[in-house]
Design a protein. Structure first.
Length: 161
């Protein structure tokens, strides 16, 4: 090896292929699984006229009630401009409204509308068969096992309680 040649290691190159021992392998597999799941769920939402980014906000509104945009951005991994566009879209579609927050004239809370709740329920009905197709290769009990493992990975503090 000459001084001009960069040092090469024999360490595994990071891939998302089965059996990769790289320390990045799990993250890459999770990313690929997310892309696949997002595509399937996007397929369920498309006929309803919304995207996953819209549905993520509706989930937060159903779970937490009226929520300020700052908190919606944090909960959905969005930035300030992105969450404004999503809430604008939801308002235009009649799925959510902004309302004044008592005691703070500058802040608006976003609230799901009855039409938004209807769409939320319709999305779940439409996603059922597609979600089953997504996990079909996992076999009996595989979906529940995967959900339990991902829950432990995503919410490690909940295990300590």
């Amino acid at each position: 090896m000459t001084a001009d040649t960069p040092h090469r290691t024999t360490a595994s190159r990071a891939t998302d292929r089965p059996g990769d021992a790289s320390p990045f392998a799990l993250g890459l597999l999770l990313r690929r699984a997310h892309w696949r799941a997002a595509a399937v769920m996007g397929e369920a939402l498309r006929p309803l006229g919304v995207e996953l980014r819209h549905f993520a906000v509706l989930i937060e509104l159903v779970n937490h009630g009226p929520t300020v945009q700052r908190d919606l951005a944090a909960a959905t991994g969005s930035d300030k401009a992105g969450i404004m566009r999503v809430v604008d879209d939801l308002e235009r579609k009649g799925l959510a409204v902004r309302k004044a927050v008592p005691g703070d004239r500058r802040v608006r809370a976003v609230e799901i509308t009855p039409q938004g709740l209807e769409l939320f329920d319709a999305a779940h009905a439409a996603a059922g068969p597609l979600a089953e197709r997504l996990v079909a290769e996992l076999g009996s009990g595989g979906s529940e096992q995967l959900a339990a493992l991902l829950t432990r990975l995503a919410h490690p503090a909940d295990d300590e309680a």
